[in-house]
Design a binder for this molecule. Sequence first.
Ligand SMILES: [Mg+2]
Length: 236
Amino acid sequence: MVRLEAVIFDVDGTLVDSERDGHRVAFNAAFEEAGLPDHWDVPTYGRLLRTSGGDRRLAAWFEETGASPEDARELAARLHRRKTEIMRQVVEDGRVQARPGVVQLLDKLDAHDIQVHVATTGTRAWVEPLLARVFGPRFQTVVTGTEVTDLKPSPAAYLRVLELTGCSPTATVAVEDSANGVRAALGAGLRCVAASNAYTRDDDLSGAALVADGFTDPALVAWFHNRLPLPTSQHS
Ligand SMILES: [Mg+2]
């Protein structure tokens, strides 16, 4: 069994439960502020999540509800800028939390000197404060949708992390929560562990080496445990 050297994490829905209580809330606040009647309830937002990237999600929604493609794109771009600002505030208010078991896994990886990186399609303006606030300075390399605009399921963000870190794909694993994320990881030649959440439980995650219910799932805990290097004390 190949021992792990590095783990690359997705952010939204993986490290943090950001979709329902973070992004959805920020999108709705942006609609309201702009005087628009649109509102995304929990099930509607779940369906819209199949489109990755907030501005593309907005544009798809406006087209679906009758705007011309051009108007939809223009309105989406404007609202997305404001939504990003609101999302920063939501993060600063401490409303986005680590998923249960994530911090324990990060601590364990750190104790074994395994590198941890981030590959996300999220915007750097809220990703950075979120990671700092919720996790502190743990992640060595953070690639966001601001630098890599080719969004998941494109493997571009993962390929960029591999390029920047020089990590070997065979000793690196990605952790994702969604079908688009698993496809992105596999496309970069990585193995992927899927930690699904309430929004992605019905996604096709079959390409993953393991599909777990979350980070407290004993199958996920054991999967990582079995791939950790032996503690240095046991070598001597
Ligand atoms: Mg995700």
